[in-house]
Design a protein around this ligand. Structure first.
Ligand code: BGC
Length: 976
């Protein structure tokens, strides 16, 4: 019952706020974080009408934008204007579309924005913000893909004896004003000018290198080119341009033969503007370049690793190198698709995440015992250092303390010709026994689960007296441990773990009063970092590392809370579309490799779910427009699946509720397929509505037909799967979850019986999960929406198998493919071919952590967190399963495109609650806080709600308090 309803009309007159202790300084606002196409100062974008975003920052309550003016010019001073939006009345500051004169290729444009607030104050952005176009339609000026035509080279490029190198020298006889290189490879490439590795300068002024470029795309359709500002790399006179290409995702084992056995290739165009205004273009061409395989990298492959012989290093990247015994390349005609501008964000070494060993163990051989391999013979154990003397015959095991993805960077001293071999693994064998599924003696690397991925680095020393430093550049490993053996004594001076992955800004944080839950969140973050490398992958270590769509369908929403993925998903949807089969089905992998798994339920629908998620989280209408036609084709394919007397069968049933402990028989899989068809229809309805500009337009009528489709699927679902008493014919947790989430029950009674039955299933399963990929991804969210928040907390805090904290208790530092991939009790899981220790899907629970524990939600009707729905669900369980404790505090921040949102709560022993809430400038929030019947003392910062600034209106009900809030920081207390 409502006790009070106040609409504080006076507070809408914002200027009155300044009288309440606010100074002029706090009154002001700043404009920050200027972005174009999701990125800060991007170089080489080929978008005809790029989109602009910025943030308004202020600690003043109730501040909002009333207008903006974007000015784009070709000069820093803003004189040569190509677009002046003029003052536009709008409160939007995300994805504002360029509407100026046609952008020119290879041109840098500067931009600034004026913003007016609701007090009439005007501010101008201060950052030097720019974007630079790529080649657009200006073409490649005759640049050819070149390949190393060395006839001795074996067919399989991933096993070559030396990877191709390409070089040319060019005389630039005038002073250079600016220069760019546009370059790409069929394979993974690295680029050098006059001996220096090419990279771009970041906003902080530091040179930054892209790794594993140009990244992974569907090469039957698309390869990216990169753009680098090479002005400072070139000088008047002779210059050397050099590139290395390895098999990468194009021809390496990871391509699984998708493109046959294609040759590696390189293409580049240099565009130089001289100070006198003239220009020059230099391109790759068989006649003007040279190639050889006689360099230091003898072998490189993503699965296999890298073999580097430092004795073969030479001055080939520099001017004056004698390349007379190099060959002329030939033209590579193996690529039939389109070269497109790279779409960010880049893959880079993430310096802030560098890992140092927590221990080094040196052993020599092992002593078998009656149980199996026995244990390694430990010679020495060291902690707190990464330095070591290693003798021939001994093995050093480095423990980096964290399962991570990237490679090691090391410094070593020894004689020329000494060969170091470094292998990688996620775990160590424990006691070496066969019974515990060890693959070697206790203390050695456990590598059977890598399957055919050799994951090995070899380095042959050149014998530098000062030591030699090395890191690979053409491969990556998923590992926590590495072991090192040597052919002669060496001093290993340092060994660091460098984290390599897509740079997704991690502006969010999540901490609770529960140490194990905090560790779980940390593990989820590491799972995300490791598996977001150019594309979202299933795992980063074994011979997969593939873009399985079901995994990101499960984890995608959670991932968008953990980091900024707008650009990453925009790029990846290109891979999904490129792989779309002629009949409209999406592949189960994007980019498409690995044979013929296509159109399967709960995998292929990622092509529908990811655009919707990106729209919701980032307000990105563009991603809906870009993918709409493709999504419609997908829905058409689904409509053809008429068989077994049913019209609405949904997709294929290869995967079902993958790895479900409740089993995964064909009937259950078909049930899941039907539910996902209903899910797609609902999302298509919502996306059509989002695109509709006015009632009756084309999108509006599409929305209506998708609604009708959903209703039809629902009707057939009920006839097929619902018993006369309203219960489901499918009995498991996942079946009930899907029916609840998608509102497929015939009536409210059946639905509430369903909720009761689901709770019963979980209770009789010992408060444990009975779900695989599909069910686990939605279980806590669905339970909470259905009013069973206590069950959700019981599941989160469960310590027995299967549960999230079970893996944490077994020592996990990432999310595992199997809850019991390793157990202290039984050792490794016997399914050694499917046991990854870095598989993010089950990390989907972090979606629930942000959306329900902390309560941070976007508003479907005003997405991108322009309006925030804030509904925290504190842990107010009165009783809970033995061994569990109540969570007494949560503190979550989420970095939205409008700014940082915070939702923190803590409870005291009497159940009194304190909520700290931050709503970014230029946004509003609808807050719902829980309240016990006797809790009637409700205040903001010790002020009653009707007097609190920024509280537009509120209502107090028996069990809830609803508050409409303007931007600002608030502290609410709810007490007896
Ligand atoms: C992957 C999964 C993937 C599945 C498809 C596995 O090998 O690692 O995560 O989604 O295949 O069923």
């Amino acid at each position: 019952m409502k006790k009070v309803l106040l609409v504080l009309a006076s507070l809408l007159c914002f200027s009155t706020f300044t009288t309440r202790g606010e100074t002029n300084a706090t009154k002001s606002f700043t404009i920050s974080d200027l972005r174009v196409e999701y990125l800060k100062n991007p170089i080489g974008i080929d978008v005809a009408a790029p989109r602009f975003s910025w943030k308004m920052e202020s600690d003043r309550r109730g501040i909002s934008q009333t207008g903006y003016q974007i000015i784009v010019s070709t000069d820093k001073q803003g004189k040569n204007i190509v677009w002046d939006s003029e003052k536009t009345a709008s409160d939007l500051s995300v994805h504002i579309i360029y509407k100026g004169i046609a952008l020119q290729p290879s041109t840098r444009y500067y931009w600034k924005v004026n913003v007016w607030d609701n007090d009439g104050n005007k501010k101008t952005s201060r950052e030097t913000a720019f974007f630079e176009t790529g080649l657009m339609n200006s073409g490649w000026n005759g640049a050819k893909w070149i390949k190393c035509n060395d006839t001795d080279a074996p067919e399989n490029e991933s096993q070559t004896d030396g990877i191709p190198m390409f070089r040319t020298e060019c005389m630039l006889d005038k002073e250079i004003k600016s220069a760019r290189i546009y370059s790409s490879a069929l394979g993974v490439y690295d680029l050098f000018i006059n001996g220096n590795r090419v990279g771009n300068t970041n906003a902080d002024g530091k040179l930054c290198f892209d790794e594993l470029k140009p990244g992974w795309t569907n090469y039957s359709k698309t390869v990216f080119y990169n753009t680098y500002d090479i002005t400072s790399f070139l000088s008047k006179g002779n210059n050397a341009i050099a590139a290395l290409v390895s098999s990468g995702w194009w021809a390496g084992h990871v391509a699984h033969g998708e493109y046959g056995s294609p040759a590696l290739g390189f293409i580049a165009k240099l565009y130089i503007v001289y100070k006198d205004g003239t220009t020059e273009t230099i391109v790759t061409h068989p006649e003007s370049w040279k190639t050889s395989r006689e360099g230091a990298i003898r072998m490189a492959d993503i699965y296999t690793g890298e073999d580097y012989d430092a004795r073969r290093e030479s001055e080939w990247k520099k001017v004056g190198f004698d390349d007379s015994n190099w060959h002329k390349p030939t033209e590579n005609k193996d690529f039939k698709g389109t070269i497109k501008a790279f779409i960010g964000p880049n893959v880079q070494v993430r310096k802030e995440l560098e890992q140092t060993p927590v221990s080094i163990t040196k052993y020599n051989g092992h002593t078998p015992d009656e149980k199996g391999y026995g244990m390694v013979n430990v010679i020495e154990e060291r902690k707190g250092t990464d330095r070591l003397t290693l003798d021939k015959g001994d093995t050093a095991v480095y423990d980096l303390g964290q399962n991570m993805v990237g490679w090691v960077k090391f410094k070593v001293k020894g004689n020329a010709g000494t060969r170091l071999t470094i292998r990688f693994a996620e775990s160590l064998n424990d006691d070496g026994s066969f019974a515990r599924v060890n693959d070697g003696p206790g203390g050695s690397l456990y590598r059977i689960i890598l399957r055919s991925a050799a994951a090995t680095l070899s380095y042959t020393l050149k014998g530098d007296k000062d030591g030699e430093e090395f890191r690979p550049t053409m491969t990556f490993f998923g590992f926590r441990y590495c072991d090192v053996v040597t052919t002669e004594q060496v001093e290993i001076e340092s060994m660091k773990g460098e984290v390599v992955g897509t740079v997704a800004e991690e502006g969010s944080s999540f901490t609770t009063s529960h140490a194990r839950v905090n560790q779980l969140y940390k593990n989820i973050m590491w799972g995300q970092r490791g598996n977001f490398l150019s594309v979202p992958t299933d795992c980063p270590q074994r011979d997969e590392r593939l873009g399985w769509t079901g995994d990101i369908l499960a984890f995608g929403r959670a991932a968008t809370y953990n980091a900024d993925l707008a650009g990453f998903f925009h790029k990846w949807m290109g891979d999904v579309r490129d792989g779309q089969r002629e009949d409209g089905a999406y592949y189960d992998l994007a980019p498409r490799v690995w044979g013929n798994e296509v159109g399967n339920a709960a995998w292929a629908e990622a092509g529908i779910v990811i655009p919707w998620t990106t729209y919701l989280m980032y307000g990105d209408r563009g991603i809906l427009e870009e993918n709409y036609a493709s999504m419609e084709r997908f829905m058409e394919q689904r409509s053809t699946q008429v068989f077994d007397g049913y019209k609405y069968n949904g997709g294929g049933i290869t995967h079902g509720d993958w790895l479900s402990p409740e089993g995964n028989e064909p009937d259950k899989k078909r049930y899941i397929a039907v539910c996902f068809y209903a899910y797609s229809a609902r999302l298509m309805e919502k996306m059509s509505q989002a695109l509709s500009r006015k009632a009756g337009d084309a999108y509006d009528s599409k929305a209506k037909s998708y609604k009708e489709l959903y209703e039809n699927i629902k009707a057939e679902f009920q006839a097929r799967y619902v018993n006369p008493d309203g219960s489901l014919k499918q009995k498991g947790q996942t079946a009930y979850l899907l029916a609840l989430k998608l509102h497929l029950f015939p009536d409210e009674k059946a639905q509430s019986d369903g909720i009761r039955y689901l709770n019963h299933l979980i209770k009789t399963n010992g408060d444990r999960l009975g779900t695989g990929f599909v069910g686990t991804a939605i279980i806590n969210q669905t339970l909470t929406d259905a009013g069973s928040i206590h069950t959700a907390y019981n599941l989160l805090l469960q310590r027995n198998n299967p549960s999230w904290l079970y893996s944490v208790d077994q020592g996990a530092t990432t999310i595992w493919e199997r809850w019991d991939g390793y157990t202290k009790e039984k050792g490794f899981h016997p399914a050694t071919t499917m046991n990854s220790f870095n598989h993010y899907a089950y990390g989907a629970v972090s979606e629930w952590m942000y959306r329900y524990m902390a309560g941070i939600n976007p508003d479907e009707n005003n997405p991108g967190f322009k309006h925030i729905i804030l509904t925290p669900y504190p842990d107010n369980r009165i009783s809970f399963p033995a061994g569990q404790e109540r969570i007494t505090s949560v503190d979550a921040t989420y970095h939205s495109y409008y700014g940082k949102i915070r939702s923190a709560w803590k409870s005291d022993a009497n159940g009194n609650m304190e909520y700290r809430i931050v709503i970014p400038a230029n946004t509003t929030a609808s807050v719902t806080l829980p309240k016990e019947r006797n809790q009637n003392e409700i205040a903001e910062n010790n002020v009653p709600l009707d007097k609190a600034k920024g509280v537009v209106s509120y209502s107090i009900e028996e069990q809830h308090i609803h508050i409409e809030l303007q931007s600002g920081s608030y502290v609410f207390t709810v007490k007896e």
